[in-house]
Design a protein around this ligand. Sequence first.
Ligand SMILES: C[S@@+](CC[C@H](N)C(=O)[O-])C[C@H]1O[C@@H](n2cnc3c(N)ncnc32)[C@H](O)[C@@H]1O
Length: 384
Amino acid sequence: MGTGARTWGTTTLTHTIQIKCTDYHKTKRNNLQKWHLNEYREMRRFVKLTVCAVRLYSGGRPPVPLGGRILTDPDDIFQHNMWDHVQWTEEEREKAQQKAEENSKDKIPLEEQSKYDREAHTYWDRFYEMHQSKFFRNRNWLFTEFPELLPPDAAGTESGNGEKHQPCGSSTLTSETDTFPGQHAAFRILEVGCGVGNSVFPIISTIRGRKAFLYCCDFSSRAVELIQEHPDYDPAVCHAFVRDIRDPTSPFPFPPESLDIILVVFVLSAIHPARAQGVVKSLAGQLKPGGIMLFRDYGRYDLSQLRFKTGQCLSENFYTRQDGTCVYFFTKDEVHHLFSNAGLEEIQNLEDRRLQVNRGKKVVMHRVWMQSKYRKPYLTSASV
Ligand SMILES: C[S@@+](CC[C@H](N)C(=O)[O-])C[C@H]1O[C@@H](n2cnc3c(N)ncnc32)[C@H](O)[C@@H]1O
């Protein structure tokens, strides 16, 4: 119920707090629909009530807001680097669609395409060889957006997903009987496509000493080495390994249905869209009943899609960068199909639409990310 309340609050916020922005390079005030002050106050009151209701349900944790910086006065636009919950006008949507159509008109010939899939891990290895751990920033929003990652403090207490945690039977075994890393943990997380650990290390520092264990994998052996060489890497709470998540036959270092959480952050977009369904299905098999898949990735018409030049498109909304790595841009419906076809139930499926502001250059850009949470159903008496 706690999670349900959170979802309801967030969805309502996303749909209700809408600021329509058109062309920011033209006269700002005329092109921006301002809220009526009373509506705004009413909204604030509603948000406060929602926050209180959600806190009641979620054991004092804040709701999942996808940011709360709302642009209400167009004159304020250059006051911050980012505005949240920005909705596009029809005109902006059409412009974006047009740009995407233009940059995807000329596709890379089919005979050249297979190397981007076949040699994908080599491109990412080179990427990490060049950038080491310096390219991506730590995912500091992780616990705000995904409180489900927080382990229960003790067996049977409430976990971050707002539910009573049921410890797995294996946690009673002694170390002599260990058959897999993290066997004694009461709460197990897997991050796939973990890169050099921008989520791994924030998670390690949070779960240490809390009967929880983190697995993380990437198909770039260089990325996994960088994680293992990191001073905060600790095999007592984390096991990093090389694995290509496109290959369902490759073994995991834990039994099926033993994970509470699988974190899938900016990795499905790196995989050919035709393979995404197989990946999600195979990952879903690793979740315990009641376990949750947490997903964040690029959304359709994000700035980074519209910036592609012609000649970089592999198929609709799927591109390759200069360095050979690939990226797909998802819609909300596509995300829903991916996870529900894998037998998971929606907790949350949102488009995170923001306005990024370059205050120095006085330029604004639309960012679009997808954020979703899907749960593996508990066994019902009918299904046992
Ligand atoms: C954009 S990076 C994101 C890294 C990390 N999740 C983060 O958010 O910082 C994509 C990562 O997915 C990994 N990746 C791509 N395809 C993969 C696959 N088939 N199996 C495992 N990892 C993969 C890449 O090596 C890369 O580290």
